[in-house]
Ligand binder design. Sequence first.
Ligand SMILES: Cc1cc2nc3c(=O)[nH]c(=O)nc-3n(C[C@H](O)[C@H](O)[C@H](O)COP(=O)(O)OP(=O)(O)OC[C@H]3O[C@@H](n4cnc5c(N)ncnc54)[C@H](O)[C@@H]3O)c2cc1C
Length: 291
Amino acid sequence: MAKIAELLSNGFTFSVELWPPRTEEAEARLERVLDELRSLQLSFVSITYGAGGSTRERTHDLVVRLKNEYPAVPMAHLTCAAHSKAELVEILDRYLQEGVENILALKGDPPLDAAEGLEEGELVHAIELVELAKSIGPFCVAVAAHPEGHPDSIDLRSDREHLAQKLRKADFAITQFFFKVEDYLRLMDDLMALSVEKPVIPGIMPITNARTVYKMAAMAGTNVPEELSRRVELYADKPEELRGFGIEVATSLAEELVEAGVPGIHVYTMNQAQATVEIYENLNMSSRVGR
Ligand SMILES: Cc1cc2nc3c(=O)[nH]c(=O)nc-3n(C[C@H](O)[C@H](O)[C@H](O)COP(=O)(O)OP(=O)(O)OC[C@H]3O[C@@H](n4cnc5c(N)ncnc54)[C@H](O)[C@@H]3O)c2cc1C
């Protein structure tokens, strides 16, 4: 099984994020999504983790299954919030034994509908999880980057410094979703000024449901530009038109990013395949991936 850092050094990557299903119905839907995505040349598939362990077994089982049965490298998200160090060691050891080599090391966020925040874990920041994973085995470890700054950070400068420290120890980063190419370019300039040149893959979220995107943007600290928000309002009662518009916006952002020389594109699929397939085709990705 390949390490994603190697895929990145060999050429352009196209990847997606999926979450492990909670119900039988969601499981059937995920199977359909995985089938539809088979037609794409996916470099890797990342599987989310419910901070504190709410998806512990489901994330593990899906990652291992994809590793054994699916034509794209799986990456397991893992969060340090609300876990003890011993629990994290156990989870990482198990992945190592099963040949899962790619981990996205995160602090973790409470779910969208949670009333309260998360308990602190024994490891407070994601950088400590990067160090732990690297001390346990030859994992390829990715981290999260926030182009507009993490919403809890004191200021952008200190957030960039924390990211730079974390990325120096990790292999690559994936960004939170954003809507303006300048935000990504500023992040890269700031990292370069801090002498960090690891690959940073931009994360793209196609708008297919206005309410979800606003909620997620608020939580992630992503600014929804006024003009974009105005257009989204226009399609409030027209889901098909909103979907088409969302794909158009995501395609043109990805085009600008590709022109700017990004190492890959990562799509937040929200466990729906169609928008991702259309973006992939619009960008003629099959002629680009791996080159
Ligand atoms: C690609 C991607 C995938 C994600 N997947 C998941 C998932 O599966 N499950 C989930 O729960 N969440 C997920 N998240 C959300 C993520 O957990 C949140 O954004 C979380 O709030 C921060 O995680 P982090 O790993 O960036 O944290 P950290 O790197 O720990 O940073 C969190 C905050 O602490 C600050 N900080 C960092 N180091 C220090 C330090 N040494 N001293 C003081 N302050 C410091 C940072 O500036 C930042 O404000 C994902 C995010 C991204 C971008």
